[in-house]
Design a protein around this ligand. Structure first.
Ligand SMILES: Nc1ncnc2c1ncn2[C@@H]1O[C@H](COP(=O)(O)OP(=O)(O)OP(=O)(O)O)[C@@H](O)[C@H]1O
Ligand SMILES: [Mg+2]
Length: 303
């Protein structure tokens, strides 16, 4: 058992105890009845649609009665602020410095989705003092009572931050497009996650495909290579979002496509995907899906 595995086991055992102690039982609308479901959305290559997927799925989940928190962990330019049309004043840096409470920096996007804005502080996770880490842990603990789902937009690539956020999440959605570099870069990400952290399970979401057939064909290609070279990795096809001009137009309007053009093909794809993901959330182990423990895995791994 390597260090990351030991840590997971420890955290998972402890999270059972704490989740049982603080949350008395199922509340209406909650997926697991115990703790929020933590999903990262990631990719090997940039510009494949992660932020749009996070934003649209978040709105879709919220419409289905879930309380959703988006954690923008991507420091790139095309972040969630753009498609949510929000202008956050503060970010998590202010919480790390002890100037603000986490609840004070959370902003509201469309249809009641909550957002923790991005920050350069994320890049300096490894430099946080023990005191700062503990402070963040207790701040994140409060969120467990308020949300059903936390979605993390990780940014692209195999930098340590992307890898850490994926490692700590309960479900990892890897966005892939039919572009050859998107496929090879996704494979590189799977390889790093598997070799360094023994992460085995990934959900593959095909974006910007012509039709479902193309999506499934690209998935098959990726999973054949993974089967051959990454023994033990398990890829699950979660579905596809077709290339849709309406999605681009929605971005120009600074809105998620499910708000701007709810009847577009992309919006219908997102809706189907949200239903499928909620079914898989209902089957997942609730003890792993706890925002505090997501954060705990993160700070311990980066420390
Ligand atoms: N299904 C789609 N159909 C058409 N265009 C799309 C689709 N998905 C994404 N796009 C286009 O790709 C652009 C990039 O999307 P987005 O910003 O969500 O990608 P990203 O993976 O978050 O990028 P980054 O890695 O830079 O953070 C969008 O602005 C949009 O123009
Ligand atoms: Mg993005």
């Amino acid at each position: 058992m390597d260090q990351a595995e030991k840590l997971r086991e420890m955290v998972s055992k402890e999270s059972h105890k704490i989740a049982d102690a603080i949350i008395p039982g199922p509340s209406p609308g909650r997926i697991s009845g115990v703790a929020p479901w933590v999903v990262s959305v990631t990719s090997g290559k940039g510009g494949v649609g992660k932020t749009n997927i996070v934003g649209n799925l978040a709105v879709s989940f919220q419409r289905k009665g879930k309380n959703v928190l988006v954690f923008d962990a991507d420091l790139g330019l095309a972040n969630i602020d753009i498609i949510f049309g929000i202008h956050p004043k503060d970010n998590i840096d202010a919480v790390i410095r002890g100037e603000k409470k986490l609840s004070e920096i959370i902003v509201h996007g469309p249809e009641g989705v909550s957002v923790i804005p991005a920050s350069s502080g994320i890049e300096e996770m490894a430099n946080l003092t023990e005191g700062q880490k503990l402070h963040l842990l207790s701040e994140f603990d409060d969120l467990n009572h308020r949300f059903d789902i936390m979605m993390v937009d990780t940014g692209a690539g195999i930098s340590s931050n992307v890898v850490y956020f994926n490692m700590a999440a309960q479900k990892r959605i890897v966005v892939v497009t039919p572009e050859p570099t998107s496929i090879t870069d996704a494979y590189a990400l799977l390889k790093v996650m598997f070799n360094q952290y023994k992460t085995q399970e990934f959900s593959i979401l095909m974006n910007m495909v012509q039709d479902e057939k193309e999506g499934k064909a690209v998935f098959k290609k990726l999973s054949q290579v993974a089967d051959k070279f990454l023994k033990g990795v398990c890829l699950d096809y979660v579905g596809c979002i077709l290339r849709d001009e309406y999605l681009k137009q929605a971005v120009v309007k600074r809105q998620p496509v499910v708000c701007a053009y709810p009847r577009s093909v992309a919006s219908r794809n997102v809706d189907v995907l949200a239903d499928r993901l909620l079914r898989s959330a209902a089957e997942s182990d609730p003890a792993d899906g706890n925002i505090k423990f997501f954060w705990k895995r993160l700070v311990e791994e980066t420390g």
